[in-house]
Design a protein. Sequence first.
Length: 220
Amino acid sequence: MWQKVYEELNDPGLEVMAVAMDTPEAARPWIEAAKPTYTSLLDRDHHVAQLFNMVNVPEAVWIDEEGRVVRPAENAGSYDGFRKRDRATGVMPAEAAELTARAKRLYVEAVRDWAIHGYRSRHVLDAATARQQMRPLRDETALAHAHFRLGCHLQRIGKGEAAVRHLEEARRLHPESWSIWRQTAGRNKQGLAAGPDFWQRVDALGARRYYERVKLDGMP
């Protein structure tokens, strides 16, 4: 999706930077298969997640030419339709599939409008509104990221037992972060943290959403 958006809107000045918050061995095959021509980076220690207070993927931050955040970290057009999918067959009900497609389409249309109209786009937020929509920063969040990075470092140098303690503390301190949880969970054959423990955690959300609703007109 983003390759097509980049090819269409790079001439008006849109730059796309994708950051995979994963290990190189897990992320590289997906990046190589996509063959993006925009910048793609690996952030195994989640520095970007801490900087912009991201809690899930895919999330996006809009930054203008002057370096101002005109839309803070938000779900990049995904929808919870996957929760309606039959877990045995993988089939998604038509209504859920339509809402999922609409969410993605509306988000891309908003990005397109911003790339073409710049600060005149109705999707650009003023500084006060952007600050208001930012997730609250807490001391526990910063401490969680410190434990996460230390845990990842200990894993890389072969100190698995000590690593687990720090990774578990990161999860405890920042339970809203699916990204931290995902990096400390088991993986399936495709290298994704989408096993029974993932679905158990998703089901525990109840009526709460996995993907936060994007504050754009018409978004499901």
